[in-house]
Design a binder for this molecule. Structure first.
Ligand SMILES: [Zn+2]
Length: 284
């Protein structure tokens, strides 16, 4: 057991996280961020290549959360007085919809899926990060077994994005076109990434796309202002930088393993301060 894990485990045993949670964590809102959800763990494939969670792990995590929090829809999240957790999934991988949504249905847990649009028209034209991971394992993209490609790397097709947007538990949000570090982009690139992804998703879904997630949690004031001026009503970060209002820098917690001590530590309110129950949509 790693040193940090040991400490976490010891504090959990002493019910420290439970005490913190009852003191500061219970009366606020948390947002979680997940990515792809593999249908199973592949023992013959390098661990780093695989999505961090399988359906079994997501099932266990949501089962743990269900006992402690209410699952919030985006509307609940932006309603004054409600407390609980809002689930989000970044990148718009096919596996999120195919493997993840049945688990959401089991717990009646709403979620926002933030779609990167570059791979929507061509689901096998994977995002660069996923392409790099595939090359690392298989040397050549053509060598990737098709069942694994579908499970790990394929993006949501237009058909899946449309289906997702009509699912009662799912809201589709934008995660740009190409998943760049937006603070490295020119103003023209930022404008294109932020506004064209929104327009494209609105065409596919026939619904307004109101939420945005910064790729890799990377943004600055200029980026946030583009997001605000494009007409999004809220934007999700990872670590907020205090540049605008919390509505456009909503902090999120990534959960990468199922382990009671780890979940208690991450969700008690110390790792990430709970968001006030009075957060308002569109407030700049
Ligand atoms: Zn992402």
């Amino acid at each position: 057991m790693k040193y940090q894990n040991f400490i976490t485990h010891a504090l959990w045993k002493m019910k420290f996280f439970e005490w913190v949670s009852n003191t500061i964590g219970k009366n606020g809102k948390f947002v979680l961020v997940f990515h792809g959800i593999a249908s199973r763990y592949y023992f013959d494939v390098e661990k780093d290549i695989q999505p961090t969670l399988t359906t079994t792990a997501l099932d266990e995590i949501l089962g743990w959360l269900e006992k402690r929090f209410d699952f919030l829809s985006p509307n609940d999240f932006f309603s004054v007085g409600k407390t609980g957790v809002l689930l989000t999934f970044d990148d718009g991988l096919a596996s999120t919809f195919i493997n993840g949504v049945p688990i959401l249905e089991k717990y009646n847990a709403p979620a926002i899926i933030f779609v990167t649009t570059q791979h929507v028209a061509e689901p096998q034209n994977w995002l660069s990060d996923y392409r790099r991971r595939a090359i690392k394992q298989w040397g050549n993209l053509k060598n990737v077994p098709s069942n694994i490609a579908a499970d790990f790397f394929n993006g949501m097709s237009e058909e899946l994005v449309s289906q997702a947007s009509h699912h009662p538990l799912v809201t589709v949000g934008s995660h740009t076109i190409n998943h760049p570090f937006l603070t490295n982009c020119t103003p023209e690139q930022i404008e294109k990434e932020v506004s064209e992804s929104k327009k494209y998703l609105e065409e596919i879904t026939g619904k307004p796309v109101e939420y945005f997630a910064y790729p890799a949690g990377d943004y600055d004031r200029t980026v946030a202002e583009y997001v605000i001026n494009t007409g999004y009503r809220a934007a999700f970060a990872v670590d907020p930088r205090g540049l605008t209002s919390i509505t456009f820098e909503i902090p999120r917690i990534g959960l990468y393993q199922y382990d009671e001590a780890y979940l208690s530590m991450k969700m008690c309110g110390l790792y990430r301060k709970p968001i006030g129950s009075d957060i308002k949509l569109g407030e700049i």
